[in-house]
Design a protein around this ligand. Structure first.
Ligand SMILES: [Zn+2]
Ligand SMILES: [Zn+2]
Length: 334
């Protein structure tokens, strides 16, 4: 009889409020001491994570490896500091590797692209100033540069008697990667921000490098549902016991949002991204000044690619009346 190894993650829930809040760090204990994600690089959270690890008899210096789900600062922020103390190997998908490594060219390119989007999305001057302020503060929680080891879809890692398998599920971020493993309930995965229990992960604004963001994300959700995990360990908040149905709910939510975007254009006539965003989300502050129009853009782009709207100089107009959007979304009956 084969005794199958089952990985049982230890979840350390942090109390940060920035971005989606309450980031999770997962500890895999055994021959090698492994973390999945880290947390924002601020003193209080650095200490909180150290305390959380100490409860399992682990210190930063003990960490052998860190598997990052994506480059966002609330997931990758502390990787550099932990690596400095432990010489841990830090893995992240190749699409996000340069950003985590602190590569100037990559960081500047992302920053330039973001500002280009602010123009394309017609973000007004005052909102833009507030967003710039927020972004410069956010840069400070990004932490130290990391010596990264890039990974790609399908890479497997035999660790502590089990296997971690990288599953690239881009959308929210270009390099977003889940790590699948054999867990207590069967096939499980660390999913980062692929699906979250409470919010729908931002698409369009959270990583402006993603081309055709909603389309990309929907393909990832479709693949995620096919993988049929028994349990997902998200980047924020509690484990998700029925991950496929959560993914299906998120797909349905995006279909509803696309319908709303179309009705805004029906009611208002041609509109820019900022105007559509205001109809969807009202007035915005902080990071939402990026995420709101980003999300509106992702939906407008999705229907533009299908020929339902046209775009001229940042203004979107319906080119069909009563368009059908059903075929633009994976069928989710299960
Ligand atoms: Zn994220
Ligand atoms: Zn996150």
């Amino acid at each position: 009889m084969v005794d199958r190894h089952r990985t049982i993650p230890r979840r350390i829930s942090l109390t940060n409020t920035i971005f989606e809040g309450n980031n999770n760090v997962y500890l895999l204990d055994g021959e090698r001491t492994i973390l999945v994600d880290t947390g924002v690089s601020v003193p209080a959270i650095r200490e909180e994570l150290a305390d959380g690890l100490a409860a399992y008899g682990v210190s930063y210096a003990d960490i052998d490896e860190i598997f990052l789900t994506h480059w966002h600062y609330d997931h990758a922020g502390l990787a550099g500091e932990i690596q400095a103390e432990s010489s841990a190997t830090v893995y992240v998908h190749e699409a996000d590797a340069a950003l985590v490594a602190g590569d100037r060219t990559a960081i500047d390119a992302e920053s330039t692209l973001k500002r280009q989007r602010f123009d394309e999305w017609s973000i007004p001057e005052d909102a833009r100033r507030e967003l710039e302020q927020y972004l410069s503060t956010a840069m400070e929680i990004g932490g130290q540069a990391v010596d990264v080891t890039p990974i790609t879809d399908g890479d497997t890692f035999e660790r502590n008697g089990g296997t971690l398998e990288a599953v690239h599920l881009p959308g929210h971020a270009a390099g977003l990667t889940a790590y699948a493993f054999e867990g207590e309930t069967g096939r499980e995965a660390f999913v980062g921000d692929v699906i979250l229990p409470r919010y729908t992960p931002n698409v369009g604004g959270a990583d402006v490098r993603v081309e055709r963001p909603l389309e990309t994300y929907l393909r990832s959700l479709e693949r995620f549902i096919e993988l049929d995990f028994e349990r997902a360990w998200p980047g924020h908040r509690a484990p998700i016991d029925d991950p496929s149905s959560r993914a299906a709910t998120i797909i349905a939510h995006h279909r509803d949002r696309t319908e709303r975007v179309i009705s805004v254009l029906e009611d208002q006539g041609p509109a820019d991204v900022w105007t559509v965003s205001a109809h969807l989300f009202g007035s915005l502050s902080g990071i939402h000044i990026l995420h709101g129009p980003g999300e509106a853009y992702a939906h407008l782009d999705h229907v533009r690619a299908a020929g339902i709207v046209t775009e001229t100089d940042g203004v979107y107009a319906l080119s069909q009346s009563n368009p059908s959007i059903e075929s633009l979304f994976p069928s989710i009956d299960q």
